[in-house]
Every structure is written in structure tokens, then in C-alpha cells.
Design a protein around this ligand. Sequence first.
Ligand code: PLP
Length: 381
Amino acid sequence: TMEFTDRVTRVEPSATLAISALATELENEGADVVDLSVGEPDFPTPENIVQAGKDAMDAGHTGYTTSAGIIDLREAIADKLADAGLEHTTDEVIVTPGAKQALYEIVQALIEDGDEVVLLDPAWVSYEAMVKMAGGDLTRVDLSESDFQLEPALDDLEAAVSDDTELLIVNSPSNPTGAVYSDAALEGVRDLAVEHDVTVISDEIYKEITYGVEPTSLGTLEGMADRTVTVNGFSKAYSMTGWRLGYFAGPEDLIDQAGKLHSHSVSSAVNFVQHAGIEALENTDTAVDRMVQAFRERRDLVVDLLDDHDVDVAVPEGAFYMMLPVADDDQSWCEGAIEDAHVATVPGSAFGTPGYARISYAASEERLKEGIERLAAEDYL
Ligand code: PLP
């Protein structure tokens, strides 16, 4: 028989899988499930990006590339980072098959047995799994008492961060809350990171998707350039989830170490996909604006519909999720909602915050209305 490592056995299978399995089962039985559980935009990839991918294939860009990614894409990424105030040479950028791989490589390069990592809860599910696989210990700071904002919870963060803290992961705009952290909050993070010599991952994958606020990149704050790793990707802003394209940028010594993991595991991101990525960065402002506008209208719709049922939510300022306050036992609530109302959501406990369910509003207005109506009709609101 096979003996599995502690590394994998200590990681739980994703709680979201139980919900998708139930949804699939119901659909197979012929039920019409309103799926508000998915973490991906419901728009097609903009046509010019698809065309750039096809053109790159036709032009023969089908072989291996430099492990860190083709230079033209790394230049386009460095330019984009510079627009946000982040100065990086192309040697400080690694292109990955998705932001998830970027995060995995960074955590593997920085965290080993017993290292302490601080998360802001609710936090995206894979951070916990990645830290556990690396052997790290988690300290979690709960933001649910402050409408998921970080600024009012800075005292709690201060209590959580110490000289033993190796890494802090910040994700703004946040999955699952849609919160965008204020500059004062980020300055608080900076002060603690500098005081305790902590490395910070700034996961900015939803940075393009905001509603009237401009998120500051953590790495632009004084004292943060040499301790911040900025992560981003193409999945959300350009509706490119299945293309698998992302990147990270950080201090060169981290890039050198993580680069070894990268070259010995994935080798590189897909060649023609990287070419499509250049098109995405250089020629898609209007398509992105249109998607963001649609998300904004849907957010307003869902907030209004919930308000009609006297349900108050922390209004998201970015990404395409919101946290719905539900019963204490959120897992049962989510299972019931899918069985009785045929509406799929993700339990807050998957993100470290029981008592909530995550709704994704990356769905049509019609489906969103249908979903809320069904939840109300079955007494889930
Ligand atoms: N970071 C956050 C906060 C996410 O929500 C996701 C996707 O759900 C990712 C990273 C990874 O995205 P990808 O690997 O598709 O680039």
C-alpha cells in the first residue's frame, strides 16, 4: 500500500467541492440550479485576446519559452506594474500558469516547518492549504466584526504579528468579501511588517475590478519595496480563467529561489498563452471597463434585492463576491439552500469565517434575481 506524506494528508479537501458535487448531482437529476458559487467571470475572453492566441499558434509559438516567461510579456508586465508605482526590472518578474501557481511557488520558497504565517479572515481557501503543505503554522485575524475592513482591526493584526511572523498575506480587493483596504490600513500593515521584518504577499488579482475606489499597491509604500511580493493574473480582469496565466514580481533574491521551483516544476507558462497575455495587457481597456460596469450593476442589484428582504451586507467595493450573513451553521445553511432552493453558494467556514455564505455575482441579472427570489421563497433570507 502507498504511504502518503504529512504534507498532503494534513490538507483538507476543499469544502467548496461538497457544494459543487451536490449541485452536479441535482443537475443530473434534472434540477435547474442557480450557481452563485463560482469564482470566475461569466464573460467570454475578449475576442482580440483569443485572436492573439490563435495568431501566436499559427506563427509557431508552440515550443518551450524561457522559464520566467517571454521577455516581451515580462516587459509589458513591468510597464503595468510601473503604472501602479511598482518599480521592477524584467528579472524580477516570473510568469506562471495562473496566479495560484505564483502563490504556491512563493509560499514554497519562503515557508518551512514551523514558520508562522498570518492571514486576514475570511481568506481565499488556497492560502491555508498552501501554507499547510509547506509546513507553516497559521495565525488568523478575523475581520468579520469590522464589515471585513482591515483598518478598524489593525489592533488585532498588531496582536497577531510578532518577530516570529515570517509572512503575511494580503488580498485586496478581497475574495470572498469584496473589501478594498484603505490606505491607512495598508500603512498599518507596512508599519508592522517593517517593525517585525515580515515579508508580505500582496495578491492583487482583483485590482482591475473595483467600483469607484483605486486600490493602492502595498509594494509602493515606503519601506515595502524589498519585502513585498506582488501577485497578479489574467483570469479575473480579462476573463481568462482557463488560459492559466499569472505572474509575480518581487525582490531578485526571492525571484532567484522561486525561479528554481518554477523551472523544475512547470518549466514555463504556455508559450502562445503568454503572447495572448501581451494583447490583454496592451489592448483591452474598453473590454475590461465593460465587464467591470456589468459587475457593478449586478452588485447594486443584489444589494438592493437583499435589502428588500431586510438583509444587510457589507457592500463590496471590488471583485465579484459578497458575504451573506446566514445561520451559525453555515455549512448546513449552504447544503439546505442548494437542496431546497437549488441555489449554490459557498460556506463562509471554507474561508475561515463561519456564519456567512459567499455569493458570487458573476452571473446574469436574471439568474441573480431568480437566486435571491428562491432563497427568499424557501425562507433562507
Ligand atoms: N488569488 C485569489 C484571491 C483568487 O480568488 C484566485 C482565483 O480564484 C487566485 C488567486 C488564482 O487565480 P488564477 O490561478 O486563476 O490566476
